[in-house]
Design a protein around this ligand. Structure first.
Ligand code: MCN
Ligand code: CUN
Length: 798
């Protein structure tokens, strides 16, 4: 359903004072969050509820020889101890991962990563369950672990996946994209080539709320209700039905308030299955709630991409080809959370914002004795890695040619008139104006001034060096289309269901799931805009498979591109019917009635005083419906996007590097984003701030590391360093608006842009500060010791 009045032109979406598109509406949900009235999984208490604690393996690689439950069962209050043997009886000992691998729910034979789930103790309260868990005696035959993906692919590496028939080594998968021959040819003939190895380190998504579930099987209704921390309740229900054999209509998944997801809550974890299975077996509600260190050690991690990047260019700085090779650590199972057909996610967007002739990428993934994962933490399905690769390489090339990194980008940008643009790896970019965003960022950053200041400090041999880093990234968000993107076979569409009630208020239900992004506000704004309603008259619901239309969930910044589109289209369907009712109420012919976006009312052409708004129309729909229409006023839309959306931006970071200590301080941090038409600028600003903070964490502090035994070194926030307000500088944000031509309201996603775009800008800045010493790369996280080593190597340390 097209808009009948010229939207998605940004000019028409300028705010009409009712809380529609473009207005800084305060987040409706914050009232309950900031007054402690949120309702999270751990807030759920049910009569007779039992508590579950998992026994986790202290070894990364070990065969289980025996499990003795007896001492645990002797603990007063322990109701049951479950092991794989018990689950086998119900055919629940294993579960499929989102990439069709098979993961143990409770380890049957061999532990494959430290903290893997071995047994579950169910007791009357959490403390008793914990006591019981400590009394489960597991005999392990400890095997040699391998945690490094390079070591894992050595001939003499211990075989991790002996459960897969025919598997002889730790090789997980190979993947390639682009044109190898054409790319090699360009590299052979090109005047300038550059190459750099870089690690995008393993990260932890770190939501405030850890994962948890309350399973509640009702034998009277023969229905299983699972409250769980889920970014994708509907697809989780489908998977639950497939795994358990319980018919799908007899399962209800409720994802109540979710305290941050960041991709952590896309996969299904054994704890969810155990809580649900235990409630089924015991016929009592069972709660499982993860502790912080369990979350850090076992949850779906992010990145762990060992990349080699290469560019081929002319002496003038025109990039002709990009080549990359990656070794990916997938952990013990292939359990990345991404569309089924994309074994490397959307990494193949690695030509970024640049118009290059040809490109080729290859990737190998390895199994290791580490927790599974790879796609999480505001990553847009591995666009983080792709953007890091290309934005780092452009800087490497600029330094090789002694060119200004802004200038070299300008020379290579895809130009506005080239859209829709097909990339050498087959992506179809919808729209962009990369130079516009870069120009604005340069101006905001006072770029020329800092370049002069940088040189001055070098000339004067100052103690603190200055570095300026740029990243001009392009993202790809909003999966589907369903024909290319699916999760476990289900096409990646999304949905919205709008019901306008007799008094003119509305309930909107969507198939996506907010974890803090503000959907209760922004989806209401879309509907308010398209129906001329006041945003306060609309309530948005989500996260209940019994009541919401089926959707694929929130991740990959897809909510606005897909469910946002569904909300707009559903609203326009309601508006179609509203028009007929308006004509009836106004006693005019339908073709004489028009809708005015400014006033949000229908009126008779040529007689603006004869107008009618949604309240009267709703009354008409229920109390005086025209004979040509059914009573009621509602519509549902299932939206399969024709394409993805390609938000973009330019970030400029100025850092000061202390030659004595290796410490890095932020002087300036400018972020210009373009997410097409903006629904709520304040929500976007919040998304950008949060994501930039996580980008700073990535670049400066965060990394999941392992010791030689495969233990996560420091599974807590004393060791896994998250940035606090002390480490976060003042951000200066700006924006441009380049609407998506195929999205009903011209919007693109934005939730992951700042995390995707900022790490390369920060690394580029630190490298830039030392480039006169010949430094071409610094690995993340750039802690003072790492930076000092580089200063020392460059002869710049004092
Ligand atoms: N928005 C807007 N105008 C646009 C685009 C978006 O006003 N043109 C608003 C949206 O209406 C929405 C928010 O910005 O309220 C983010 O929208 P979108 O880009 O569609 O992303 P999603 O809603 O799908 O959120 C997912 C994304 C991802 S994948 C991760 S990871 C992440 C992120 O959002 N996790 C978050 N931001 C997070 N923010 C919080 N607080 N908590 C998380 O767990
Ligand atoms: Cu990759 S993290 Mo978000 O897509 O849920």
């Amino acid at each position: 359903v097209e808009s009948d009045d010229g939207g998605p032109d940004p000019e028409t979406y300028c705010g009409h004072g009712r809380g529609g598109m473009g207005e800084e509406v305060k987040r409706k949900e914050d009232q309950r969050f900031i007054t402690g009235r949120g309702n999270y999984v751990d807030d759920i208490k049910k009569p007779g509820m039992l508590h579950c604690e998992l026994v986790r393996s202290p070894h990364a690689h070990a065969r289980i020889e025996n499990i003795d439950k007896s001492r645990a069962l002797d603990v007063d209050g322990v109701v049951a101890v479950l092991t794989a043997e018990d689950l086998l009886e119900y055919d629940l000992a294993t579960m499929p991962t989102l990439m069709a691998d098979t993961q143990d729910v409770l380890v049957n034979d061999k532990v494959k990563f430290q903290s893997q789930e071995v047994a579950a103790v169910i007791a009357t309260d959490r403390y008793t369950a914990k006591d019981g868990a400590q009394k489960v005696v597991v005999d392990y035959d400890v095997l040699d672990p391998v945690v490094d993906p390079y070591d894992a692919l050595e001939d003499d590496a211990p075989l991790i996946r002996d459960d897969i028939e025919g598997q002889e080594d730790n090789h997980c998968l190979d993947w390639e994209t682009g044109d190898r021959e054409a790319t090699d040819r360009v590299f052979d003939e090109c005047e300038v080539t550059v190459k750099e190895d870089m690690l995008y380190q393993r990260l932890h998504p770190a939501p405030i709320e850890t994962c948890g579930a309350v399973g509640d099987y009702d034998p009277g209704k023969d229905k299983l209700t699972v409250h769980m921390t889920s970014q994708a309740p509907h697809i989780h229900r489908t998977l639950f039905a497939q795994v358990s054999g319980i018919p799908e209509h007899k399962i209800r998944i409720v994802s109540p308030d979710v305290g941050g997801g960041f991709g952590n809550k896309v996969p299904i974890y054994p704890g969810y299955v155990v809580a649900a299975a235990a409630s089924y077996v015991l016929e009592r509600p069972v709660k499982w709630m993860e502790e912080r260190s369990e979350n850090i050690q076992s949850t779906g991690f992010a990145r762990d991409y060992h990349m080699t990047g290469e560019l081929a260019a002319t002496k003038e700085g025109k990039i002709r080809a990009v080549r990359t090779d990656v070794l990916a650590n997938h952990g013990a199972y292939n359990a990345v959370a991404q569309p089924s057909n994309f074994p490397a996610g959307f990494f193949n967007i690695f030509t970024g914002s640049y118009d290059v002739e040809t490109a080729y990428g290859s990737l190998t993934a390895a199994y290791t004795n580490t927790a599974p994962g790879g796609v999480a933490y505001r990553c847009s399905f591995r666009v983080t890695e792709a953007v890091y690769l290309i934005e780092r390489m452009v800087k490497v090339l600029a330094d090789e040619l002694d060119m200004d990194p802004a200038e070299i980008r300008r020379k290579n940008f895809i130009q506005p008139e080239q859209f829709p643009y097909e990339s050498p790896t087959g992506w179809n970019y919808d729209s962009g104006d990369y130079e516009g965003a870069l120009d604005l960022a340069l101006e905001m950053a006072d770029y020329d001034h800092y370049r002069e200041e940088q040189q001055r400090r070098i000339d004067e041999d100052a103690d603190k060096l200055l570095g300026i880093g740029i990243s001009s990234f392009t993202e790809i968000v909003g999966a589907g289309p369903g024909k290319t993107c699916d999760i476990a076979g289900v096409e990646m569409f999304d949905s919205a269901d709008i019901r306008v009630h007799p008094t003119g208020k509305a309930t909107v239900r969507v198939g996506v799931q907010t974890q803090g992004q503000g959907h209760e506000t922004t989806f209401a704004q879309i509907v308010a805009e398209e129906l001329g309603m006041n945003v306060d008259d609309i309530v948005v619901e989500h996260g209940d498979t019994d009541t919401d239309p089926y959707g694929l969930g929130t991740y990959g910044s897809r909510s606005t591109p897909v469910a946002g589109a569904a909300a707009a289209v559903a609203a326009r369907k309601v508006r179609e019917k509203a028009k007929s009712i308006a004509a009836n109420e106004l006693e005019a012919a339908e073709e004489d009635v028009t809708w005015d976006r400014q006033s949000g009312e229908f009126h008779v052409a040529g007689a603006p005083e004869r107008s009618i708004g949604i309240t009267e129309i709703a009354a008409g729909a229920y109390m005086n419906h025209p004979s040509s229409e059914e009573p009621g006023l509602e519509a549902v839309d299932y939206y399969d996007p024709p394409e993805m959306t390609y938000p973009f931006g330019s970030y400029i970071v100025v850092v000061e590097v202390d030659r004595e200590t290796g410490e890095v301080a932020f002087e300036k941090f400018v972020a210009v984003d373009d997410c097409g038409n903006r629904i709520n600028p304040m929500v976007i600003e919040g998304q950008i701030h949060g994501g930039l903070a996580q980008g700073i964490g990535t670049a400066m502090l965060e990394q999941v590391t392992f010791d030689d035994n495969g233990n996560v070194t420091g599974g807590d926030f004393m060791n896994y360093l998250l940035p606090t307000s002390m480490e976060i500088p003042e951000f200066e944000t700006g924006y441009t608006v380049t609407p998506s031509p195929h999205h009903p309201i011209g919007a693109k996603g934005v939730g992951e842009s700042p995390t995707v775009g900022s790490p390369p800008a920060i690394v580029n800045a630190v490298v830039d500060a030392m480039k006169h010493g010949g430094i071409t790369h610094v690995e993340m996280p750039m802690t003072p010791d790492v930076v000092w080593e580089k200063l020392d190597e460059a002869g710049l340390a004092i």
